[in-house]
Design a protein around this ligand. Structure first.
Ligand code: SPV
Ligand code: MN
Length: 626
């Protein structure tokens, strides 16, 4: 590369050059200079933490046609390309130097080959365009959790979305001095056609773990482009592993118990399985809905939301089930809608909104009418199933007061969920931390959804719901989770929840808002307020406690028959699940710790003993209260 300073001086005007130089960080300067030399932009805009810069980005997103203004003030709409609607797992790869390996099943490519390929796509990609150089912070600012990030992109949509989703980071970089310890992201949407990325066959998301650097090309969908979201999660998992903390695909929420008690929970669910709606449960308070960092201090576990906004699935957001989000989506305030249907009145519509859909409009497929088919003969739905909204949590009335606390919140419980139609009961508490991590966390299986490209509804192994984002060997990640409780005086209780259990006729056994009862029961358990029934796989609620919760929290009668159907222990299904998951660890995860197999063996024995006594399907009334 030509001299860094000369290059920056040549490409940046005086104002933006001074802004960059005010951050006295040679690695940052070299990063920006390299990206300029590679992508060859017309101009470079360096964003500070000033509102005026964020306003500039918002305006650019409209001016360049990436966003359109909607009828309600502050609302805009964006479309990703028809084939660019979800995370591309296949084209998301780690750049691995020759001779090294990340272990089983992590998608990787030779570093030299992959770097050449992706830099080839970046070459001259910003000719005639403006490069945006943005600074954000993962986690609260001025905190042990903070990680500074530099994002380079030619997409004002990406910068705008990140300004909603992440805390501002320019001043953080000032404090960082010349440290090399920050994350870097370069993104280009590539050539555009009708304001969407044209060459999705050249979509690549390549990550250099040695350099904490991610390249993303020829894509606009948030999960592939927003550096600080899932790309940073991958970098953070590696950093956390080296430093002794955890980076998780988890919401964080305050569950409100009796006498104004607030107990904080973190919860990991695969994408599109109820994670956001759990963090937004009526009457509770939200810290975050997607990514959490967990650290230990003074014998306690603390966690923070890495983000400050929500990039949530809009499908089924309706006034009954998600009143708080629905309100935010229908009143003035800053919201980006992506891949919804826009009518001629510039009003957004989506599947499951509770209102009737118009017969026509504009959506991710272009001009849309009811019954429209794509070139493969598939029906084009009015809004994409993975259509999303982006908004600030600060704009929600249920935000938790500790959301930006640099200390984080003390963790009372952890919840693991998944889309499971036939095995797990709606809620269950693990016997202890180790059983929780192994039987609840590492054993998650979930039916695939529209959040990733590929077929939906396939039961898939997804340990801790973090499998898509792991950047260290699976066994190491599991061991890190097991070890994390060491030195913690009051270990969080670990729960599994299942919102998707069905009966033999294929009907769901629960209503959408029943999840509130499971979380409130977990809150009572963490605080020792209720007893429970011991099953082979963990502790489940006593009928009378749930009956009370249903009455008091949802004003619903909860019958014994419902309880028995939902909480019957399905022994053959549980054994089959153990077999499936164990097979994966045996065959594919060379690094799996022995304790995992021992814990599976114990659970299997308990299940078999129980079926010898009570048969294959065991009513909770046949089991004893602890
Ligand atoms: C998820 O898919 O888990 C999301 C959205 O939270 S994405 O940004 O695509 O990762
Ligand atoms: Mn997610």
């Amino acid at each position: 590369m030509a001299n860094v300073n000369e290059l920056l001086k040549e490409k940046l005007n005086e104002k933006h050059y001074q802004r960059l130089m005010a951050l006295e960080n040679p690695k940052l300067h070299a990063f920006v200079a390299d990206a300029i030399e590679l992508t060859n932009p017309e101009t470079v805009y360096v964003c500070t933490d000033d509102d005026a810069d964020i306003e500039y980005i918002r305006k650019q997103a409209i001016a360049l046609g990436e966003e359109k203004t909607l009828k309600i003030q502050g609302h805009t709409s964006h479309f990703d390309g028809y084939k660019d609607q979800a995370r591309d797992k296949a084209m998301t790869k780690y750049l691995i130097p020759k001779g090294s390996s990340l272990g089983e099943s992590l998608n990787s490519i030779d570093k030299t080959q992959g770097t050449d390929e992706v830099r080839g796509f970046l070459k001259d990609s910003m000719v005639g365009r403006e490069m945006l150089v943005c600074f954000f912070c993962l986690g609260p600012t001025n905190s042990d959790f903070s990680i500074e990030c530099a994002q380079i992109t030619d997409s004002p949509l990406v910068a705008h979305s990140e300004s909603i989703l992440y805390r501002r980071g320019y001043d953080q970089f000032k404090n960082l001095g010349d440290s090399e310890n920050f994350f870097r992201f370069v993104h280009t949407e590539g050539e555009l056609e009708n304001a969407v990325s044209k060459n999705v066959d050249k979509r690549r998301i390549y990550m250099d773990l040695e350099e904490n650097l991610v390249y993303s090309t020829n894509t606009q969908y948030g999960g592939n482009t927003l550096g600080l979201k899932k790309l940073a999660l991958r970098l953070a998992i590696q950093k956390a592993s080296a430093e002794g903390w955890l980076a998780e695909h988890m919401f964080v929420m305050g569950a409100h118990g009796p006498n104004n008690r607030v107990t904080y929970f973190a919860g990991a669910f695969p994408s599109a399985c109820g994670k956001t709606s759990t963090s937004m449960l009526p009457g509770q308070t939200i810290i975050g809905d997607d990514i959490a960092y967990l650290r230990k201090k003074d014998g306690k576990m603390y966690c923070v939301n890495v983000e400050k906004g929500i990039f949530g699935i809009i499908r089924d957001v309706n006034p009954k089930d998600d009143p708080v989000i629905y309100e935010a989506l229908t009143t003035p305030g800053e919201v980006i809608f992506s891949n919804v249907l826009i009518d001629s009145d510039m009003k957004p519509h989506w599947l499951g909104s509770g209102s009737e859909l118009p017969e026509e409009g504009i959506n991710h497929s272009g001009k849309w009418h009811k019954g429209k088919k794509d070139d493969k003969g598939n029906e084009v739905t009015a809004s994409h199933k993975n259509a999303r909204y982006t908004l600030n949590i600060a704009d929600l009335c249920n935000r938790d007061p500790l959301i930006d606390d640099p200390k984080g919140v003390e963790l009372g419980g952890i919840v693991y969920g998944g889309r499971d139609s036939d095995t797990l009961v709606p809620v269950e508490q693990a016997f202890d931390w180790t059983e929780g991590i192994i039987l609840k966390g590492t054993s998650i299986e979930s039916e695939t959804t529209a959040a990733t490209l590929g077929q939906e509804g396939v039961r898939t192994f997804n340990l801790m719901s973090n499998l898509d984002f792991l950047s260290i060997p699976l066994g190491k990640y599991i061991q890190n989770n097991l070890d994390f409780a060491e030195g913690v005086d009051k270990r969080p209780s670990v729960f599994s929840v299942n919102y998707f259990l069905k009966n033999k006729d294929g009907n769901y056994l629960n209503e959408i808002l029943d999840k509130k009862i499971w979380i409130l029961w977990a809150e009572l358990r963490v605080n020792g307020d209720v007893e429970a029934i011991k099953t082979p796989t963990g502790y489940i609620p006593i009928y009378d406690d749930l009956k009370k919760l249903f009455k008091n929290s949802l004003n619903e009668e909860y019958s014994q028959a419902q309880y028995v159907e939902q909480f019957t222990i399905r022994i053959p299904e549980n054994l089959a699940k153990l077999d499936r998951v164990e097979k994966i660890y045996k065959e594919k995860v060379a690094t799996a710790p022995q304790i995992l197999f021992d814990t599976f063996a114990n659970a299997r024995k308990r299940l078999k003993d129980c079926s010898d006594k009570h048969g294959d399907y065991v009513s909770p009334f046949d089991l004893v209260t602890k």
